[in-house]
Design a protein around this ligand. Structure first.
Ligand code: SF4
Length: 370
């Protein structure tokens, strides 16, 4: 039987790998090659096989296969001000209680909508390479009660590295829990349910310090039998699961699709935690961003008739100043509130912003505002 590592040999990495399914002119192919030179293509065979090629708008295809829309240069690479929160390469501290570790720039799939597009798949500059120094930063900041190990994909690390992180972090007395950010349950669930060693590491350290796996399912089609098997394997060893979804044009911007996703997640024991407004990221913005006005309507309709657990999530925007919850709108204004604030003066701050139907994001200075 193949191991999950053997299965990676079938990853789809080159534009030529698409020849059998896409009929591109030489010019189109050349443009796709250029896009992939800038932001690499990588998808697992498992995820690739979920694509329905007869449907041009297949969500799995849009999330994994580069598209000519990526030629649009509008947007920015660091939309949440991550560079200003960086304390040392690979360690960010934006909110008092949370430290964020960028553990790797590798993922099993390079999602076309990724907000860390500036680094995934190639640049190592922002990756944590000084484990001891970052651990000592966290030790010296008792206000930090949790660490999010992200990347890239934290489960793309080797088992040894995962254990190394868990070993160090679980020894820090003032941490209440450790979060692992990963799309592995979505794009390569075999890495979980076929790896007893990984499961035993997670089980072992979960007894010392609670581990919460933060997944990112964006469409009901991603909740396959294999994905459910990985979720079950994690739940069986006591891991808590939470999901954050990104609201994405052409993927889940239909209230019925979003409702189905939220229901399916709860049914499978991954409680929806956030739905994020897609960031205005360069080479992502024009392909995937939905306006705030539409977003509020979609989320409102998706929540209608849902049970309390499935709609306990927050619809939010990861803004440079903080995580801003998008409540809704009146006839004239958007209503938002800071859920997490970087600056003291924003604590609990409400925002009433005159409606601009074409707005997809808020300016950094949050103007205009009352
Ligand atoms: S798995 Fe996460 S970090 Fe990696 S490409 Fe996808 S969204 Fe980006």
């Amino acid at each position: 039987m193949l191991s999950w590592k053997d299965m990676l040999k079938d990853n789809i990495l080159r534009v030529e790998d698409l020849d059998k399914v896409l009929h591109m002119s030489p010019e189109e192919k050349e443009r796709l090659v250029q896009i992939c030179q800038r932001h690499p293509m990588r998808t697992t065979k498992y995820y690739f096989d979920l694509i329905d090629w007869s449907d041009e708008n297949d969500p799995i295809r849009k999330l994994s296969i580069p598209d000519m829309m990526e030629l649009d240069e509008s947007g920015d690479y660091d939309t949440s001000g991550e560079s200003t929160n960086t304390k040392m390469p690979g360690l960010q501290h934006k909110y008092a209680a949370t430290a964020l570790v960028l553990s790797t720039n590798v993922c099993f799939m390079y999602c076309r909508h990724c907000f860390r597009k500036r680094m995934v798949g190639y640049s190592q500059d922002e990756i944590n390479q000084r484990m001891e120094e970052s651990v000592s930063y966290i030790e010296n900041h008792p206000e930090i009660n949790n660490v999010l190990v992200s990347g890239g994909d934290s489960l793309a690390l080797s088992n040894e590295m995962i254990e190394e992180y868990l070993k160090h972090l679980s020894e820090i007395e003032h941490l209440d829990f450790i979060r692992l950010g990963s799309r592995v349950p979505v794009v390569f669930p075999h890495r979980i349910f076929m790896d007893d060693e990984l499961l035993s590491i997670l089980e072992n350290y979960n007894k010392k310090k609670e581990i919460i796996l933060i997944s990112q399912f964006n469409h009901p089609k991603e909740l396959t039998e294999e994905a459910k098997k990985s979720i079950k394997a994690l739940k069986n060893i006591g891991i808590t699961l939470r999901n954050q979804t990104v609201l994405l044009k052409g993927i889940n911007d239909d209230p019925n699709v979003m409702k189905q996703l939220l229901k399916d997640l709860s049914r499978n024991g991954i409680h929806p935690y956030y739905v994020f407004q897609c960031r205005p990221v360069k080479y992502v913005k024009s392909s995937f961003q939905v306006s705030l006005y539409e977003g509020i309507e979609i989320i409102g309709k998706a929540k209608d008739g849902l049970d309390g657990v499935s709609k306990a999530f927050k619809y939010a925007m990861s803004h440079p100043r903080g995580k801003i919850e998008i409540f809704g709108k009146t006839d004239t204004h958007f209503i938002m509130k800071f859920h997490q604030n970087k600056f003291k003066e924003d604590e609990d701050r409400m925002l009433m912003i005159p409606i601009d139907k074409s707005a997809n994001w808020l300016d950094e200075d949050l103007n205009p505002m009352e």
